[in-house]
Write a protein that binds this ligand. Structure first.
Ligand code: SF4
Ligand code: SF4
Length: 148
């Protein structure tokens, strides 16, 4: 079991700082992997990330809704489609977002994606660079201040 981030994630990164095992990472390249993703092998299902998400995009895997009703103006980024704002009332199957979560970590198997590593590996354009976690994740107080 794991928690799953779905296509109503808008990549603000708020969930990352509360995860006690640092298993949430941004998809990259963003054009192919549009959301943040949770490493299913590391997630301990603590649930801390769920209330932190301003868009309520995170679910326990078994509770991902297959008939999720979009609110008027709510934005979504389908896995293979453009970001859009809903008119309201559209019903979407968010269980289709489960597979990309697993696929992302399969795709990058061999790279240490978890932020518990000294370095986080990120793909920027066509360059593969290693960025210190402290650079990727600003100090806790600074992140809190930037969101207030
Ligand atoms: S449920 Fe807990 S361990 Fe899993 S991604 Fe969310 S905060 Fe991290
Ligand atoms: S807090 Fe929600 S919207 Fe922000 S990155 Fe995490 S899952 Fe996506």
């Amino acid at each position: 079991m794991t928690h799953i981030i779905t296509s109503i994630c808008l990549r603000d990164g708020a969930c990352v700082e509360v995860c006690p095992v640092d298993c949430i990472v941004p998809g990259f390249p963003e054009s192919e992997w549009p959301w943040y993703f949770i490493d299913p092998d590391t997630c301990i299902d603590c649930g801390a990330c769920v209330p932190e998400c301003p868009f309520e995009a995170i679910f326990v895997e078994d509770e991902v809704p297959d008939a999720y009703e979009m609110a008027a103006g709510q934005e979504r980024i389908p896995f293979r489609g453009p970001r859009y704002a809903a008119d309201g009332g559209e019903v979407v199957d968010l269980t289709e977002d489960i597979k990309p979560n697993y696929d992302f970590f399969s795709r990058w198997a061999g790279l240490r994606l978890s932020a518990v590593a000294v370095f986080r590996v990120m793909l920027t354009g066509d360059r593969l660079v290693a960025v210190p976690v402290s650079f990727v994740r600003p100090p806790h107080d600074a992140r809190r201040a930037s969101r207030s």
